[in-house]
Design a protein around this ligand. Structure first.
Ligand code: ADP
Ligand code: MG
Length: 492
């Protein structure tokens, strides 16, 4: 019955509205022409009643005839004692006959009746007392003057100083499109993801600043998911959840930074889900960032994740050498710093982790230079980068391979390099040589030298032996796979 109802409804409303407001509904029970549907929250119920009551009636009427009735069951999270139970008060004139079991559903309360019969429709229309029901949130909050609310934007982030490169081209141009036409492109929501320090916050702030500059009457709000969560928790404590929600429903462009922070925070997610739905429904723009792709956002509810797919997801990669050069030059220009070209190149070459680190090194160089009243030169740069370079070198080198393999076979490092021909030691040594060949740029001669002064033909023999064993011996193959994981983890 519900599926057929949905068909009727779908034919009468937009695709987007349908997905937002009807896909999350679950049919619960049909008994004596009363269809009970479960909706995720009170908000949801109210929104349906406000906006889709006619189309719902139509669907029910076609399926169940004039006697058909609809009841809602609203999911209430019982875990939170701070929350008053969300009973929906229904004017008596519209009250359904004794609910048929919905009331017994865990934590759910049946509410409102809706009917296709002419008499009851008339009664519904005449129902006067809705004062104890929540009003349309958009109505309820007209009183708040949005212009007094700060956008929480940092004006230093702009598109002009966001250097473009292969690493960010899609994200940047999608961001620009959204900034020029918020809410009207198909990039809604726009989800930017990427590792730490790669420019997510900069980009989404640039979007906000651009919109603010071109259309000052739009209410742009930037908020980190962490702050959002804290505000929400605070509102629970003060019985201010409704105000909290209403505030967010006023926003024209909502920028939620680091959405991964919502992982495992179910109640906050639920709230965001509703805000998201309302805003999206109303054609408002939503921009989000995450430090990982949506598919890896464990701890986020599927229904929220599925919303993210409606728009565009774009990633930020680590910048390549040329982009790193451009970013340094851009920063120098912006801050009026002067650095010799070979130093710029050295920095761009050496700091290949992320942009924040690159900027950090630049700032510390500038600080040192002014402290010591000395021009920035290559020597100073090398000094400043010492620890970073060491980290790079600490990747998979010979020492690391020998230590890891020795440890794996439970023998000492000395024994690994010693003259002994004991079988386990020989195997361990051969394996270590094999990985040394695979992971380092040492010559066969050099590898032999580092394994107790053996010659290069011994190394060749070892590598060959290991290769053969990998093919012929399943247990041995597993050993190699295990070890290879340790080395792969160390490489970036
Ligand atoms: P994230 O939010 O991804 O951790 P941020 O946006 O905070 O990273 O960026 C870290 C720093 O790097 C910021 O100071 C930002 O201005 C700068 N930055 C990142 N990407 C770029 C870029 N493409 N051009 C210029 N500056 C950048
Ligand atoms: Mg950030």
């Amino acid at each position: 019955v519900w599926v057929n109802c949905l068909r009727v409804i779908k034919a009468n409303i937009g695709e987007q509205s349908f997905r937002t407001w009807f896909e999350p509904i679950m049919p619960v029970q049909l008994h004596n022409n009363v269809l009970i549907i479960q909706v995720p929250s009170q908000f949801f119920y109210e929104w349906l009643e406000e906006h889709y009551v006619d189309v719902l009636k139509k669907g029910i009427y076609q399926e169940l005839g004039p006697e058909g009735r609809l009841e809602y069951s609203i999911v209430v999270d019982q875990g939170n004692s701070q929350n008053k139970p969300r009973t929906v008060n229904i004017p008596t004139s519209r009250k359904a006959a004794a609910p048929t079991g919905a009331a017994t559903m865990a934590g759910a309360i049946a509410a409102s009746a809706l009917t296709g019969s002419a008499r009851n429709v008339a009664a519904a229309a005449a129902a006067p007392d809705t004062s104890n029901m929540l009003r349309n949130p958009f109505e309820a909050t007209k009183a708040i003057d949005r212009n007094y609310v700060k956008s929480q934007l940092n004006g230093t982030y702009s598109f002009e100083n966001y250097v473009e490169g292969d690493c960010n081209r899609l994200a940047r141009s999608a961001g620009l499109a959204v900034a020029n036409k918020p809410g009207t492109t198909s990039f809604n929501p726009l989800m930017i993801y990427g590792g730490v320090g790669l420019g997510k916050t900069h980009l989404v702030q640039a979007i906000g600043n651009h919109i603010k500059a071109t259309t000052p009457d739009k209410f742009v709000l930037y908020v980190s998911a962490e702050k959002f969560t804290n505000q929400f928790i605070e509102s629970l404590r003060n019985n201010g959840v409704q105000d909290f929600a209403n505030f967010y429903l006023l926003v024209d462009i909502l920028i939620l930074d680091d959405v991964q922070f919502l992982s495992g925070k179910d109640k906050t997610q639920e709230m965001f889900f509703h805000i998201f739905n309302h805003l999206h429904q109303a054609g408002k723009q939503i921009v989000m960032t995450s430090d990982r792709p949506p598919r890896d956002l464990n701890g986020l509810e599927d229904r929220l994740l599925s919303r993210f797919k409606w728009g565009l997801t774009a990633d930020l990669q680590s910048p390549d050498f040329e982009t790193r050069m451009a970013i340094i030059q851009n920063k120098m220009e912006q801050d009026g710093i002067d650095i010799p070209p070979q130093v710029v190149e050295y920095l761009a070459h050496s700091v290949n982790t992320n942009v924040r680190e690159l900027e950090g090194v630049l700032i510390s160089l500038v600080a040192q230079s002014s402290l010591n009243r000395r021009e920035i030169d290559l020597e100073m740069a090398k000094q400043a980068l010492r620890h970073i370079i060491e980290e790079v070198e600490a990747e998979v080198n010979l020492d690391f391979i020998q230590k890891t393999v020795a440890e794996y076979f439970s023998i000492s490092l000395d024994l690994l390099k010693a003259k002994t021909r004991k079988k386990e030691v020989v195997t361990a040594r051969q394996v270590a040589m094999y990985f040394a060949k695979e992971h380092t740029s040492h010559s066969l001669k050099s590898i032999g030298f580092h394994f107790g002064g053996r010659d290069h033909s011994t190394v060749i023999h070892s590598v060959q032996t290991v290769s053969d064993l990998i093919d012929s011996d399943k247990n041995f193959r597993n050993t190699i796979v295990d070890l290879r994981k340790k080395f792969a983890g160390k490489q970036r």
